[in-house]
Ligand binder design. Structure first.
Ligand code: HEM
Length: 467
């Protein structure tokens, strides 16, 4: 996410073309004080969210300062590009993997910007306040024409730097702590079981994206926020337009519709505050003047959109990846306790939010290179999370590797607020799906399953399965 809540995208591609799953390459990703922590954990305090249980041994963090000076200039390649296999970074990014920890890329508008490709450098720079996340800054990089045109609208939380960001984040952290998410697990399990019951009643076959992967996080985030799930067709459609609309006008229109939708929801909450997070924010923040209406509308939008689109993609692409790695799936079936580690490894391996964006507001020295004030910086998580120095044999799925220092959830002050919720949803959804349908398999050849273009959150457009 970051023209949209979580990610960015390019312009010159017909939307939703039914691309096959395996396209054959043709001829031809100071802050005042730390936020109130919700538990002791090795995770950097910036996020304020604790990891579940004792984390496995940490994967090595490659200290960027000792990284060799930047390799000779690799010609700037275009970014973003399409994957040729949905669970591997685009083949065209291979030169970026050689040019660690920094390289140059060229964007749709001809601008060359820095791309961060080393895991250590990524963590250092994402935690550096001299890199701004403010999309309205003139030099902020845009990876798509359509998002470049919408950058003048402020984005809550993700589009703010400290201290403003800190004020908003502190309002939300208590709702996403491990303890709060643990209390939600029985409800998530119930939602998952109800959807699997429906699949069993109506199938086989089933279309896993719309029958399961999307409804799970959509229902859960609605319950958490206090948004009526009955409106899901509306907000899911607007979220799709916000993330993958064909042009700026479409994105603006989707944004306007979501703004007015949340405007009326907030009015309703003011009259009859509910017990969801929206009701809480109206009662404790809006009424107390700590947040204004426009900010609250933007916050609600980012929570709803970031809260379902991302996890839906991880559940569908995760299921597709597991079906494509039967030996790993068998291992999981034999040892269900591996699921939390498997979810972490899938997050690293799939890196669905590929291309976090920042702009330097001061010169920054890193790995023998100076990122000049005003220069754009893109973090290609799919390349960073395949840094062989941090993740040996990075192109291999391995449930037993120490993997906690991936950047699939970002890092630093903007590290994903919903990561605990996403992990719980993925663990419960994937475990229950493969337990319930031991014979689950693709209903069509893998290379005909359509997946998303490279310019948005990665995932499957649809996933026909049978059992
Ligand atoms: C597997 C699913 C998810 C992935 C891969 C993911 C990924 C990310 C990433 C990479 C960022 C940082 C963006 C940046 O630094 O530019 C982020 C931020 C964020 N995510 Fe997630 N996310 C997921 C699920 C969720 C869920 C379930 C929520 C629930 C509300 C959520 C809410 C947010 C919010 C509010 C931010 C902005 C945080 C801030 O700026 O302080 N995400 N996410």
């Amino acid at each position: 996410m970051t023209e949209t809540p979580l990610t960015r995208s390019p312009a010159d591609r017909p939307p939703e073309s039914g691309r096959s799953a395996f396209r054959r390459p043709g001829p031809g990703l100071p802050a005042p004080e730390r936020p109130a922590s919700t538990g002791s954990a090795p995770e950097p305090p910036a996020s304020g969210l604790t990891a579940s249980g004792p984390p496995p041994a940490a994967s090595p963090v490659v200290p960027p300062s000792v990284a060799p000076p930047v390799a000779p200039a690799v010609p700037a390649i275009a970014f973003p590009q399409d994957r040729t296999c949905p669970y591997h970074p685009p083949a065209a990014y291979a030169p970026l993997r050689e040019g660690r920890p920094l390289a140059r890329i060229s964007l749709f508008d001809g601008r060359d910007v820095w791309v961060v490709t080393g895991q250590g450098a990524a963590r250092e720079l994402l935690a550096d306040p001299r890199l701004s996340s403010d999309r309205t800054l003139p030099a902020f990089p845009s990876t798509t024409e359509r998002f470049a045109a919408t950058r003048n609208r402020r984005v809550a939380l993700l589009g703010l730097d400290d201290p403003e960001h800190h004020v908003q984040r502190r309002m939300l952290v208590p709702s996403f702590t491990l303890k709060r998410i643990a209390a939600l697990r029985p409800g998530i399990q119930e939602t998952v079981d109800r959807l699997l019951d429906r699949m069993a009643r109506q199938g086989p076959p089933a279309e896993l994206v719309n029958d399961f992967a999307l409804p799970v996080p959509s229902m859960v985030i609605c319950a958490l926020l206090g948004v009526p799930y009955g409106d899901h067709d509306f907000f899911e459609a607007q979220s799709r337009r916000l993330l993958r609309g064909p042009d700026a006008a479409d994105i603006e229109d989707a944004r306007d519709r979501l703004d007015s939708y949340f405007g009326s929801l907030i009015e309703r909450e003011e009259k009859h505050p509910g017990d969801g997070l929206l009701g809480e924010l109206v009662r404790d923040q809006l009424r107390e003047g700590r947040v204004d209406r426009e900010e609250l509308v933007s916050l609600a939008t980012i929570l709803l959109v970031a809260g379902h689109e991302t996890t839906a993609n991880m559940i569908s692409l995760g299921a597709f990846t597991l079906l494509g790695h039967p030996e790993r799936l068998a291992e999981l079936r034999a040892e269900p306790a591996l699921m939390p580690a498997a979810v972490e490894e899938l997050l690293r391996f799939l890196s669905i939010a590929d291309g976090l964006l920042r702009v330097a507001v001061q010169d920054v020295e890193i790995a023998g290179t100076t990122i000049r004030e005003g220069e754009g910086v893109v973090f290609s998580t799919s390349v960073i999370n395949r840094d062989e120095r941090a993740f040996p044999e990075p192109d291999t799925l391995d449930w037993r590797r120490p993997v906690r220092h991936h950047v699939a959830f970002g890092f630093g002050i903007h590290q994903c607020l919903g990561q605990n919720l996403a992990r719980a949803e993925m663990e419960i959804a994937l475990r229950s799906l493969f337990d319930r349908f031991p014979g689950l398999r693709l209903a069509v050849p893998a290379d005909t399953v359509p997946f998303k273009p490279g310019d948005t959150i990665q995932g499957m457009l649809e996933l026909p399965v049978t059992w």
